[in-house]
Design a protein around this ligand. Structure first.
Ligand code: 13P
Length: 251
């Protein structure tokens, strides 16, 4: 049985006061979240506050990025060991915003994935096609390439305990959500691709959907067989909306 995961990716949003309010709101509504594991991924500067406010609760937390290096003269970078020092369980790697805006290619993403795992963090690997790629009919090729980059570096065993987030780029922040059928089709394909290497790893792999997931579309997405939770951007910034998405896994 795969436990659903609802993870909030706050991206570059927040202030000390808004983070405090958001965390208090999440804490207050946790009792009604019965099935999903809940996690939040704040910007780096708020990790300490998140650790203080969420320690002892059922909510896990993680970062949105990490360095490929472990320590040293790398100005502006943040190492996996530092994330562990702040109690992180998860780290997002390969988000499409990092791939497109910061030039992270499959090689860099695979390296970050490996560094995270080696440190004992659970990477949430983001993959997904652009609108142009979908229209050209190469969605499967794109996600296969992105998954294979991880498998070829470390084998399918690297995906044991890891999390994949399928985030069609055209659905991110646009208000356009993949239909449950469109998402299920790609999720099933991703699982099949991993199963070609290792059936057990594929069966246990949590594959989240991300891209304009909201309280009003979460339940039907989560009802699909291969959709094991969500990576939620905009809607994770409001406790009420985020909790409603987390509760959608109760059904
Ligand atoms: P939105 O939920 O704002 O579309 O963002 C999705 C996302 O990119 C999560 O990583």
């Amino acid at each position: 049985m795969r436990q659903p995961l609802s993870a909030g990716n706050w991206k570059m949003h927040g202030s000390q006061s808004s983070v405090k309010t958001l965390l208090a709101g999440i804490r207050a509504g946790l009792a009604e979240v019965r099935v999903a594991e809940v996690a939040v991924c704040p910007p780096f500067p708020y990790l300490g506050m998140v650790q203080r406010e969420l320690s002892g609760t059922s909510v896990a937390w993680g970062a949105q990025n990490l360095s490929t290096e472990t320590m040293g003269a790398f100005t502006g970078e943040v190492a996996a060991s530092m994330l562990l020092d702040f109690g992180c369980k998860y780290v997002i790697v390969g988000h499409s915003e990092r791939r497109t805006l910061y030039g992270e290619d499959d090689v860099v993403v695979a390296r970050k994935f490996a560094v995270a795992r080696a440190a004992g963090l659970i990477p949430i690997l983001c993959i997904g096609e652009t609108l142009e790629e979908r229209e050209r009919g190469i969605t499967r090729d794109v996600v296969a390439r992105q998954v294979d980059a991880i498998i070829s570096l470390e084998g399918a065993v690297a995906l044991a305990d890891a999390v994949i987030a399928y985030e069609p780029v055209w659905a991110i922040g646009t208000g356009v959500t993949a239909t449950p059928e469109q998402a299920q089709e790609v999720h099933a394909y991703i699982r099949k691709r991993v199963a070609e290497h290792d059936v057990d790893v594929a069966d246990n792999l949590r594959i989240l959907y991300g891209g304009s997931m909201k309280p009003d579309n979460a339940a039907e997405l989560l009802a699909k067989r291969d959709i094991d939770g969500g990576l939620i951007g905009g809607a994770s910034l409001k406790a009420e909306d985020f909790l409603a998405i987390c509760r959608a896994a109760n059904a």
